[in-house]
Design a protein around this ligand. Structure first.
Ligand code: K7E
Ligand code: CUA
Length: 661
């Protein structure tokens, strides 16, 4: 134990030395960017469009940012797991249910891995999925509205990290627990972890019409840490691969105690087999409590519900469906090449990368080439499944993506570089420094049979001297490479929102033509919607006051309201009557304990206001919508709680709608 501790200690120290001193000098780092025609290759002229969308996760921001490639321009931050006052997400009454969980309302999340839906092995631009690592969840975002449409919580899990990757026809999106936990949760001694905790791998079925997710089954795996995953594809379609670490099942000082075993595993799951088993009545429904929140675009409202059970599959009940593949030391990324033949373990603590062969795996299973078992799950003999190793490719391999020409591109966190290598002959072809300490990388269509051979985006954890300093916290950053030639060419640095762990990319023409422009007013089924100004009104219900309000360039209806009292709860239900592209209006109320609303054409949204003081209080439009935007405002009179002033509401001193009869 002492020796191993020393080895690891040395490794980390050496690693640290390389990170701080091994980086290039200022001049070297600039050379890449100014070489050749890099500037021309990323220049998108004013008014021109980028060729690709890139969706970069926000990490600890909990969101998903939308960029254009090759320009690196930021278009939008889509709120997913965290409240966003700019868009009223998690503040409006309609979106609050999206952030409900079994632990109540959670205003924040940690988002890691976006993945775009697929048809026949290619990204199709319908939806993008993303995992939440802290309070385990998966979200689905519409690529028509660029809004979060669904969030489902994952029970019996903690740290949903090996997620949210989709199979090649979007049959399933997966979740996998990073932390082994009692399954089901219960009060027990942490010291009794070994053999008593479990790791849930969850397969969520995707409805191809609506995109709705449902947990089809949960596999109750041994209590290892399931770090990352990728689906089989092509010949290995029907399988899913999950990297594991802490197969030692240590519960303390994991930096040492989870690094004892020379090899951990990649868990290979034949989900087709388990699907069949479940279809024939296999598995057991057990009680659970998890949230399932769905947005409805017609009602412009999310509905939150709690689900009470989940179908659990025990590995021992489906023999021949689950195997462990020994893989060099605490692998992080678990990646599958476009043909589906090669399964790559990025052994972050090993001096080599492990490349397994799907063909060999099939043979090993047929020959029963096992090296014992772990909790009843057969461990395949290393030589029986291993295609080869890539020796000394760099330090700290984390993640690999691919092109269609048989090359892998791997990030090395510690030696701060991207290495291009040929999968068949396991030879390094090219290497390029990144600035600095790269995590994931992304090639558009990366998790598919048809990656795009043009761009590679490296996402870096540390930027130090790359940008103007902004105090102790400096931005994390992405770097764009051209990979169309033999050598990788660095084109561009661009700063990111939060910490982009992973990203998903797709050609723009798969999404742009169907991007939604307005919501149709005649399809709006929100219970408080108004279809014209004549329908606007104010209704008192006990201590609640409901304002059915409209907005259109450049006024609110009604814009004068009296009869509200201290102690009331006022609901502003506001409909944007516009039916033109890019004409949102906003609304905010002095002293409201919530965010502004930014309301898209045809949509109804609600915020509440509890006036604390008598007076005449203004509200106004928050989005500069026309030359008369500054005139877009109104007043509410608030009287003492015991006053008997009746509710009245007017626009231009008339009751709305009465003058145009
Ligand atoms: Cu490597 Cu969460 Cu995919 Cu970060 S993870 S880097
Ligand atoms: Cu409406 Cu500004």
């Amino acid at each position: 134990m002492k020796t191993i501790f020393k080895t690891i200690f040395l490794f980390v120290i050496t690693a640290g030395f390389l990170t701080s001193c091994g980086g290039p000098t200022k001049n070297e780092s600039n050379r890449g960017a100014i070489s050749g025609s890099a500037a021309e290759k990323v220049y998108v002229a004013p008014g021109e469009h980028d060729s690709h969308y890139a969706f970069l996760s926000g990490g600890f921001s909990g969101q998903l940012a939308v960029y254009g490639l090759p320009s690196g321009r930021l278009f939008r931050v889509i709120p997913v797991f965290s409240q966003d006052p700019e868009k009223a997400y998690g503040y409006s009454e309609e979106t609050k249910p999206m952030l409900m969980t079994s632990h109540g309302f959670i205003p924040w999340g940690d988002s890691h891995h976006p993945d775009i839906s697929q048809t026949k092995g290619s990204v199709d631009g319908r939806w993008v999925f993303i995992n939440e690592n802290n309070t385990p969840r998966i979200a689905r975002i519409s690529l028509e509205t660029f809004e979060t449409e669904e969030i489902i919580e994952i029970p019996n899990s903690a740290g949903n990290h090996s997620s949210s990757f989709v199979t090649e026809n979007s049959e399933y999106v997966v979740a996998g627990t990073r932390f082994a936990v009692p399954f089901p949760q219960r009060d027990m001694s942490i010291k009794d972890m070994k053999g008593n905790f479990s790791g849930a791998l969850s397969f969520l079925k995707i409805d191809q019409e609506t995109g709705h997710m449902n947990i089809a089954f949960q596999i109750k795996m041994p209590g290892f840490n399931y770090d990352l995953s990728h689906p089989g594809r092509g010949k290995s379609h029907g399988w899913f691969f999950f990297s594991t670490y802490n197969t030692e099942e240590a519960n303390t000082l994991l930096e040492v105690n989870a690094s004892q075993n020379d090899k951990d595993y990649i868990a290979a799951i034949n989900w087709k087999k388990i699907e069949e088993y479940v279809a024939n009545g296999g598995g057991k429904k057990v009680p659970a409590r998890y949230a399932h929140n769905i947005w409805n675009d017609d009602a412009h409202t999310a509905v939150h519900k709690m689900v009470k059970e989940v179908l659990v599959v025990e590995p021992k009940d489906v023999p021949g469906a689950i195997f462990f593949l020994p893989t060099a030391k605490s692998p992080h990324g678990c990646d599958v090449d476009p043909t589906g033949e090669y399964i790559i373990g990025n052994g972050k603590l090993a001096a080599q990368m492990t490349i397994h062969s799907f063909t060999k795996l099939q043979k090993a299973i047929a020959d029963k080439a096992f090296d014992g078992d772990k909790y009843g799950i057969p461990v395949i003999k290393f030589d029986a499944v291993n295609y080869g190793t890539l020796d000394q490719p760099g330090l700290g391999p984390l993640h690999t993506e691919f092109d269609t020409r048989g090359n892998g591109y791997t990030t090395f966190f510690i030696s701060s570089e991207v290495v291009k290598w040929n999968i068949k002959d396991l030879k390094v072809i090219d290497r390029h420094p990144v600035y600095y300490s790269v995590g994931h990388l992304m090639i558009p269509g990366g998790n598919s049979q048809t990656p795009d051979d043009k761009y590679l985006v490296a996402m870096n954890k540390i930027t130090k001297d790359r940008y103007l300093p902004t105090g102790p916290e400096v931005c994390q950053s992405a770097q764009l490479f051209d990979i169309s030639g033999d050598k990788m060419e660095l084109l561009l640095d661009f700063p990111t929102i939060g910490e982009p762990h992973y990203a998903a990319g797709i050609a723009a023409d798969k999404i742009a033509p169907k991007s939604k422009k307005i919501f149709r007013l005649d399809e709006n089924t929100h219970p408080y919607a108004v279809k014209n100004e004549g329908e606007t009104k104010v209704v008192r219900k006990g201590k609640e006051v409901h304002i059915y309000m409209s907005m259109i360039r450049s006024h609110f209806s009604p814009d004068n309201i009296e009869g509200v009292k201290v102690g009331d709860k006022v609901f502003f239900h506001v409909t944007n009557l516009e039916q033109d592209y890019d004409v949102p209006h906003g609304i905010s109320m002095i002293g409201a304990n919530t965010s502004e609303l930014l309301i898209m054409p045809g949509r109804t949204t609600t915020f509440t206001w509890e006036p604390k003081e008598v007076g005449v209080w203004p509200f106004y439009c928050t989005d500069f919508c026309s030359a008369l935007h500054q005139e877009m405002q109104g007043y509410i009179r608030v009287s003492p709680s015991n006053s008997n002033i009746k509710i009245t509401y007017t626009l231009d001193d008339e009751i709305p709608g009465t003058d145009d009869l």
